[in-house]
Design a binder for this molecule. Structure first.
Ligand SMILES: Cc1cc2nc3c(=O)[nH]c(=O)nc-3n(C[C@H](O)[C@H](O)[C@H](O)COP(=O)(O)OP(=O)(O)OC[C@H]3O[C@@H](n4cnc5c(N)ncnc54)[C@H](O)[C@@H]3O)c2cc1C
Length: 305
């Protein structure tokens, strides 16, 4: 089923993101995790697209397994990195042959060792070009990335939002956001997106912090900020993995509760190929059946630390 149809129904959209494991043997573990994740009845599971050739094939394999064996809706990610139009067309055909109906169309990050994204000759420079390409020839429902704190390469959030509008105008059906740890960024982003008359649903990306070094690396790459109170707590317990996880999950739960109170279209949980964090969050948060009646202005009492 197309995700845009799920989002049109008056129900809250719950989704999880997994990534292809680097080691071959870990694929079976991932499939076991997907089985566990399925018990939480997600509306879809998304599968990231890696930088290298072999993990890209795994994206297709995993997405196909989610759709055709687990009978769950799937969102296959696709980037423009080191790919010509013909390469991308072949990958899209392969997704279609596997009954996959939803694509997250991304530009992608520069490959390791390169500072700037350089389009492959015969490929695409920006995600809006990819969206247009897909929209013209394939019947996929298309998602795109949004950045509540702005994309790190963008000169300003305004510029970034104008570029987000190009993706939607090119045919994107919904937006999934980058991780953020202060809901204020998301609420402001949503207000500004709506003020620009971008009406497609926005799924906030919720990242439960589970590992100190990993999150330091990720925020360094994607430009998201950790609120100072949470950052100080994490710094104090950085060598005690269980406590890092406890603070991280506690924050994710409070973030999720506040997002739900403020009428979000759904929650997209970056679950890092683990089911326990999802179980912990869903055990503590009451997921609404339907969408809030009046999504929009945020209520006070937002999480800052
Ligand atoms: C939900 C989500 C899932 C992701 N999944 C993956 C994944 O599976 N694999 C992976 O490798 N990466 C993934 N990423 C990371 C993503 O590839 C990077 O953030 C990348 O740097 C930007 O991709 P984009 O599609 O947002 O690019 P774009 O929308 O093209 O934006 C990139 C930059 O260019 C600017 N820009 C955009 N369009 C134009 C234009 N027409 N003219 C001038 N400037 C423009 C933007 O403001 C921004 O600064 C994901 C990110 C998110 C938020």
């Amino acid at each position: 089923m197309e995700i845009k149809k799920i989002l049109k129904e008056n129900r809250f959209c719950l989704s999880f993101e997994v990534f292809p494991p680097k080691r071959e043997g870990n694929l079976e573990n991932l499939f076991a995790t997907i089985g566990e994740l399925s018990t939480f009845d997600p509306d879809f599971i998304s599968v990231t697209y890696g930088a290298g050739g072999s993990t890209r094939d795994k994206t297709l394999e995993i997405a196909s397994k989610v759709k055709n064996d687990f009978n769950r809706e799937v969102l296959g990610h696709l980037t423009c990195v080191e790919a010509t139009r013909d390469d991308i067309a072949r990958t899209l055909d392969a997704f279609q042959e596997r009954n996959i109906e939803n694509i997250l169309a991304l530009r992608g990050d520069p490959p390791t060792g390169q500072e700037k994204f350089t389009p492959t000759p015969g490929g695409f420079a920006f995600a809006n070009d990819l969206v247009e390409f897909i929209h013209r020839k394939w019947p996929f429902c298309i998602g795109v990335a949004g950045y509540p704190e702005g994309h790190p390469e963008a000169a300003s959030l305004d510029d970034d939002l104008k570029n987000l509008k190009k993706k939607v105008d090119a045919g994107a059906d919904f937006i999934v956001t980058q991780l953020f740890f202060n809901n204020e960024f998301f609420f402001r982003f949503r207000d500004r997106v709506r003020a620009m008359k971008i009406q497609v649903p926005i799924l906030p990306g919720l990242w439960p912090i589970l590992n100190y070094n990993q999150i330091k690396r990720i925020v360094g790459l994607c430009g998201a900020t950790i609120p100072s109170g949470l950052g100080e707590k994490l710094d104090r317990v950085m060598d005690r993995a269980e406590e890092v996880e406890k603070y991280g999950l506690d924050h994710a739960v409070r973030q999720a509760e506040e997002l739900i109170r403020n009428g979000v279209d759904g929650l997209h949980i970056y679950c890092m190929n683990r089911s326990e964090p999802v179980r912990a969050i869903l055990g503590a948060v009451s997921i609404p059946k339907g969408k809030a009646d009046t999504p929009g202005t945020a209520k006070p009492g937002r999480i800052q630390s």
